[in-house]
Design a protein around this ligand. Structure first.
Ligand code: ME8
Length: 505
């Protein structure tokens, strides 16, 4: 598997609406995307990580006017807040796109003109039930209690307008064939089934322009219309890699795109978007990774539903890595997960403070007292109890198949096996330098490899362990995971534990 890896990796997050500030729900997506981007960079791939803000549409212009601002003034302010939040949280994006950029206007217009020329866009009258918060029309059968939006639990409004339609209905069979031909395109499979369910229900054409608002990208062949916000937003994934303007970049990244998204926007990404790509004559997205919702006290964390948790406060109080680790380890990608401060603190204490931190501390104390304060080189072979190769392979496989929980669990198993090894070998009872050198050398080597494997998830903490061991963070870890590479030679000074236990504030 590993030798067939493509050498590019393009990962995207949804671009967020600027009607609120970043919260822990959006941070969850960012942390997962950031971790996958970091893994792929460390695996030696040419990685491009895109995020940004979705700045058009009725909802944004309404919020701007509620705040006494023009839409442009409002989106400029909010985009700065998103950028600042992701920077403060150490998110390693390569490009932050804003849908109000002139470059994006050009791409939207040329991509949709292509679909128009290909005969998949036509003009008609539209009457429908619209949820402003979703920026989407719903069928009556989809509403809750006959009146409420199923996502926002608020009444929808009736709208009538003349506009342009995308012939989604023409793509039903092609989409089903695509799902058949590429069974791995949507992951996990439960989400694939959900998308197939939407397609089997039958696809209606979608209205894709508006005349009632002007805060959007103008339709190039009819200036009375602007494109409906979703039709503008999805195209950001193409703007960022040079669709229509930079073929080299586009050809390099588009075949390796990975769209990460929450289940709330599955239909737009897993049904509409592949059909739009087909209609414009490009390949549908290579991979769609759909995650569940992060809940707090059983409720979805969201701005519009009134439950928001500030990620920056959590990071300031407990550290970015404690937050990242908990988000990645306690929620299977695809399922819903619950966030609590108590849960975060106890997971961090068990895995990072205890399993990783104490193991390192125990070894370094022995290096200081029995090996003249200089770390030893490792033996050639790992002790059997590590089940080293099998577990390392499991971590690599889990990262490669977008399963952070699997990667972190297998990493923790490695650390636990080293703790067991220390209990079995009891180097503190020995007075043989040779014996202690072999035992401690093996454990330090395991710590080196595990820290490399944990770099995508907890970059700061892993970096600190590696620095104690005197190991530089390599650009690529692909050739660094072999047992027997650690040369030792790091001088150990007595110092406080690297990862003190956290307390719930
Ligand atoms: O839908 N748990 O923007 P949006 C997990 N602009 N993820 C969550 C979450 C939660 N509680 N709350 C939000 C839009 N998210 C469109 C997208 S893309 C072309 C256009 C994350 O601001 C999750 O990724 O409503 C979800 O899909 C996204 O934020 C929705 O962000």
């Amino acid at each position: 598997m590993l030798d067939n890896c493509p050498d590019s990796f393009y990962i995207t997050t949804p671009i967020y609406y600027v009607n609120g500030t970043p919260h822990l729900g959006t941070t969850y997506t960012m942390v997962v995307a950031d971790t996958l981007a970091r893994w792929n960079r460390l695996w030696g791939r040419d990685t491009f990580f895109l995020t940004g803000t979705d700045e058009h549409g009725l909802k944004v212009s309404q919020v701007a006017s509620d705040n006494g601002m023009a839409p442009k003034q409002w989106v400029d302010l909010m985009a700065t807040r998103f950028i600042a939040a992701w920077n403060d949280l150490g998110i390693s994006y390569d490009r932050f796109i804003r849908t109000t950029e002139p470059e994006h206007y050009k791409t939207v217009q040329s991509f949709l003109s292509k679909i128009y020329e290909n005969g998949f866009i036509y003009r008609d009258l539209y009457k429908g039930l619209y949820c402003v918060a979703c920026e989407a029309y719903y069928n009556e059968s989809e509403l809750e209690d006959g009146i409420n939006c199923p996502v926002h639990k608020r009444p929808v409004t009736e709208m009538t307008e003349e506009n342009y339609f995308f012939k989604l209905s023409a793509f039903q069979d092609r989409l089903l064939k695509w799902y058949d031909d590429f069974p791995e395109a949507v992951t996990p499979s439960t989400r694939r089934n959900e998308a197939l369910g939407f397609i089997h229900q039958g696809l209606e054409d979608i209205s894709i322009t508006r005349t009632s608002i002007d805060w959007g990208v103008p339709v190039p062949w009819d200036h009375e219309h602007v494109f409906y916000v979703w039709y503008d937003a999805l195209i950001n994934y193409l703007t960022a890699i040079g669709y229509g303007s930079d073929d080299t970049s586009f050809d390099r990244y588009w075949p390796h795109v990975h769209h990460l998204l929450g289940k709330d926007i599955l239909r737009f990404h897993c049904v509409w978007w592949p059909a739009m790509c087909m209609a414009a004559g490009i390949d549908p997205p290579n991979k769609l990774i759909v995650h569940g919702w992060l809940l707090a006290g059983g409720e979805k964390i969201s701005k519009s539903r009134g439950v928001a948790v500030d990620p920056l406060e959590i990071a300031n109080e407990y550290g970015i890595d404690a937050m990242r680790y908990y988000l990645l380890k306690e929620t299977h990608l695809g399922s819903d997960g619950d966030f609590s401060i108590e849960g975060m603190v106890s997971t961090y204490n068990a895995d990072i403070a205890n399993n990783l931190g104490n193991l390192l501390q125990r070894c370094l104390a022995l290096v200081a007292s029995k090996l003249d304060g200089v770390t030893p080189a490792c033996p050639l072979e790992p002790p059997e109890v590590f089940a080293f190769q099998e577990r390392v392979d499991r971590v690599v496989h889990s990262w490669e198949s977008f399963q952070p929980v699997g990667a972190l669990e297998a990493s923790m198993e490695l650390l636990r096996s080293a703790n067991v090894y220390l209990e079995q070998t009891e180097p503190w009872k020995s007075s043989s330098v040779e014996y202690i050198t072999v035992v401690i050398g093996a454990v330090l080597e395991l710590l080196r490899v595990v820290s490399l494997l944990l770099l995508p998830a907890v970059p700061e903490s892993s970096g600190r362990v590696l620095s104690r061991l005197g190991v530089e963070v390599p650009l690529s870890i692909r050739d660094e995971l072999i047992f027997g590479k650690y040369r030792g030679g790091a001088a150990i000074e007595k110092s406080a534990p690297l990862f003190p236990r956290l307390e719930v504030e």
